[in-house]
Design a protein around this ligand. Structure first.
Ligand code: MRU
Length: 370
């Protein structure tokens, strides 16, 4: 099988015009494209998880704004609709802010290309956390499907595998929508990394049996103090990992770092339809949880490996633009494009010996977009 090209995951076709994305709801059984003719269609695709994963949601929204401009539709209305699609991943609001001044196909494609490039750079940094013979555990899907190409946590696994540091991966199935069992397992199979899907509830005993050396996940939003929102169940893994003396690492691009949010308590958590859990009984369905910073051994961005205290070490990784503050129904009034980024332009972290000049601006990556 061939690695997914970024264009296969999501793209803008100008001679439609339309946004076309690989429908992740149908994977791994079928590889089917979903064509979106309007920004409202893209918002619906995001809401229903046809495309999901924090950076991929942002990229899809960027293409949706470019589509809106090509069609001559109302950009403010499109932005409102997209911003209301999912609340937790800050990449969505980051991407909308990035597109506001220049809602063109070129800008959206550059944003996509940059996210894939960030993934490759952060994944290379993350390999310094892997010792030879590592057996990893991951949760949800933080692969190319979730980032528009290459992946964050799965990117780190790929980079470690390529360097001969990784032996195998335990993949949490990730209840209730099985992003791990359906998407991560499929991606690992595609690139030939040995893996086994486990029930989420098996993680504790796997750790107790000494079968896990580290846990690595992506993130939907990282607060200034390092508290991290990610797929529901990540917090449980962090508690388990701490109990067993196993490090938990977060790998995410700077577009996921939200320095304007002080702590995890301020991160909005999406509560999805209870019918995804049970159609027979009343059900609660929080889609994300917050892992407190003290349970995270390191956070890796394209700038390098950030260690506690995160309030200091994350500062250079603040998103390049301030996220839009989203309150459903507020008409985006609280969006403030001129709000200064708390991350500022601080110098990036350097890691001698990793072969990465992480001070350089975005470079074209092997999977670069045309
Ligand atoms: O509900 P989802 O599938 O969008 O949740 C995705 C996750 O929680 C991922 O771990 C996160 O977005 C990081 S993706 C690189």
């Amino acid at each position: 099988m061939q690695e997914l090209d970024p264009h296969q995951i999501v793209r803008l076709e100008e001679d439609g015009p339309r946004v076309v994305l690989l429908d992740q709801r149908r994977l791994p059984d079928e590889e089917v494209d979903l064509a979106c003719a309007t920004a409202a269609d893209v918002a619906e695709a995001i809401r229903t998880l046809a495309i999901r994963g924090a950076p991929a949601i942002g990229i899809a929204a960027a293409y949706a704004l470019a589509l809106t401009a090509l069609r001559g539709d109302d950009l403010a209305e499109a932005e409102r609709e997209l911003a209301a699609s999912r609340p937790t991943a800050v990449n969505l609001f980051w991407a909308l802010a990035q597109m506001r001044a220049d809602p063109t196909p070129e800008r959206a494609r550059a944003l996509h290309r940059d996210e894939v490039d960030r993934c490759r750079r952060m994944s290379a940094h993350a390999t310094e956390l892997f010792a030879p013979g590592t057996r990893a555990l991951t949760h949800c899907n933080a692969g190319g499907l979730a980032t528009g190409g290459y992946g964050s946590a799965v990117g780190a696994l790929r980079a470690a595998w390529e360097r001969g540091l990784l032996v195998s991966v335990l993949v949490d199935e990730t209840r209730p929508l099985l992003q791990g069992a359906r998407l991560t397992a499929w991606e690992l199979e595609t690139v030939g990394i040995p893996h086994a899907v486990i029930a989420d509830s098996a993680a504790a005993s796997m750790m107790a049996r000494g079968e896990v050396d580290l846990v690595v996940t992506g993130a939907d939003r990282i607060a200034a103090n390092g508290d991290t929102a990610n797929k529901i169940g990540t917090y449980s893994l962090a508690v388990l990992a701490t109990h067993h003396g196993i490090p938990l690492y977060i790998v995410a691009p700077s577009s996921t770092v939200d320095l304007a949010t002080a702590t995890g308590a301020e991160i909005p958590i999406e509560e999805r339809d209870g019918a995804e859990i049970s159609t027979r009984f009343t059900a609660r369905n929080p889609a994300f949880d917050i892992t407190p910073a003290e349970l995270i051994a390191a956070i890796v961005t394209e700038h390098g490996v950030h260690r506690p205290p995160y309030a200091e070490s994350l500062a250079p990784a603040g998103g390049e633009a301030p996220p839009i503050r989203h309150i459903p129904g507020d008409g985006m009034d609280n969006a403030s494009p001129s709000m200064p980024s708390p991350g500022g332009e601080a110098p990036p972290i350097r890691h001698p010996g990793d072969g990465m000049d992480n001070a350089s601006p975005s470079r074209p990556s092997p999977g670069a977009l045309a």
